[in-house]
Design a binder for this molecule. Sequence first.
Ligand SMILES: Nc1nc2c(ncn2[C@@H]2O[C@H](COP(=O)(O)OP(=O)(O)OP(=O)(O)O)[C@@H](O)[C@H]2O)c(=O)[nH]1
Ligand SMILES: [Mg+2]
Length: 337
Amino acid sequence: MHCNLDHLEEYIDMHYNRLYSTMNKDKPENNKKSKGNLTPNSKRPHADSLTSTGAVPETENKTSHNISLLLSEDKQKLLTAVNDFKPENPEVATLRILLHGPQGAGKSSFFNSVDSVFQGRITTRALAQATETDRTFTVECKTYKVKKDRPDSYFPFNFTDIAGMHKVEGIKMDDIIKLLNGHINSGYHFNPFKPICEDDPKYNKNPTLNDRIHCLVAVLPAHNVSIMDDDIFMQMRQAREKARDLGIPQVIIMTKIDESCELVKNDLKMTYKSKKVKQKMEECSAKTGIPMSCIYPVKNYHEERTNDDTVDILILDALQNIIHFADDYIKDQIDSE
Ligand SMILES: Nc1nc2c(ncn2[C@@H]2O[C@H](COP(=O)(O)OP(=O)(O)OP(=O)(O)O)[C@@H](O)[C@H]2O)c(=O)[nH]1
Ligand SMILES: [Mg+2]
């Protein structure tokens, strides 16, 4: 254990700080380190390096700091923060988040997990594949709103779930580009061999900022990121470059961390202590070019019957950052008009 402790300390600090800075203002008074700031409002996901506040209480031995205690205490704060969130600019009432990535990565399951957190029960609105296969299960472009706990009230963000990428029979890059620009409406059935035509009834010829994507989320499965085809990463890089050209922020949701690490499978609270998870995040970062600070490890709900606090917290942490990045993007777009 001792040999890699320094490495681990930094890794735990990074996420400890990320959670603190995203969740609350009442950080521990005695911050020991000062490496800069990482708040979802100020830190854009295009940045190349991670900066952090180093918010470790002086009284605490940070090598023995137990992130799990922090996690279980703060679910309520994260929930409140997301519940209270309002896009800064009223011109765009709903932030649009696009989920993309290889087939079977857990895109639909991620949306279901977000929905499950807020409904307080397991939901399966975006149908997910029961087992992994080599064909995309989602064939339709579908945009989902998430219901708040009041009647007829929805969160100011939605998720667009699409077909997965594949070497041959997957979503076409042209379709992803059209989606980013807001040209494809919910309900469009993807043709794995041909991108959308401009005369398709689901083609939006004149998209506004409201129709465009405000945050591009790449979903990658931790357990087989090492063996994924290079072609998939090439497609992901193309999507990333297109999003970059449009100024759209990008993050990675790294799913299936339970499948990639025995320690985490047995106890999800060990997520930020697992070297394996860190390695997988580094691999995702190296293969896509997305910085570590914008990679969120999660375990989706996929076989559970009830909610679990730790699953919820990892999902909420990711979501909170995504919506802030999307909000920053809107502000930039409107400021530059
Ligand atoms: N163990 C584990 N399994 C997961 C996780 N997320 C998703 N799965 C499983 O992975 C499989 C694929 O999940 P989907 O959500 O259908 O993946 P997708 O990316 O939407 O796939 P396509 O629509 O085919 O592109 C399903 O069997 C899920 O139950 C996770 O975090 N952990
Ligand atoms: Mg799917």
